[in-house]
Design a protein around this ligand. Structure first.
Ligand code: TYD
Length: 137
């Protein structure tokens, strides 16, 4: 799954009045948007996330400021630093992920392929590892 993670360049319409970017389901990522949430006012040093999703696929954008998305498939770990409002990170399901190193005024926009479902969360890394092995078989 970690190989499927990718940064997508979103359109950037330059305009002297101010720039504009956008994203569309099935064009910039291959799922229908079911939900959007955003993370903001993160105190220095705090970490959000630290879990995996069984089904939810996500597309993450640093609309303002910067932060790191760290992804781990229990064998490899990769870190993506997001700091452009026209770059989106596609994150497949079944990857352990955390968001950290938030700058002041960072605004993380997340679009998800599913409605909120607390049963979609895997919050225990050992459980994630076990499920991941099972999925790969
Ligand atoms: P959560 O995803 O658990 O954040 P983190 O992994 O960073 O701790 O969300 C925190 C709380 O917000 C949790 O109680 C559930 C609630 N929440 C919703 O109600 N709807 C949502 O779409 C999301 C993402 C969270």
């Amino acid at each position: 799954m970690i190989e499927k993670v990718k940064i997508i360049d979103l359109p950037k319409i330059l305009d002297p009045r101010g720039n504009l970017s956008f994203l569309e389901s099935n064009i910039h990522f291959s799922f229908e948007i079911k939900r959007t949430y955003w993370i903001y006012d993160v105190p220095g040093g705090e970490i959000r996330g630290s879990h995996a999703f069984k089904k939810s696929r996500e597309f993450i954008i640093a609309l303002s400021g910067s932060f790191d998305v760290v992804l781990n498939d229990s064998k490899n770990e990769v870190k993506y630093s997001l700091n452009r409002s026209y770059h989106g990170l596609y994150v497949p399901n079944m990857l352990w992920r955390r968001l950290e190193n938030f700058s002041t005024n960072a605004l993380a926009l997340v679009v998800s392929s599913i409605s909120y479902d607390q049963n979609d969360y895997i919050r225990n890394f050992n459980e994630y590892k076990k499920l991941n092995e099972h999925v790969k078989k």
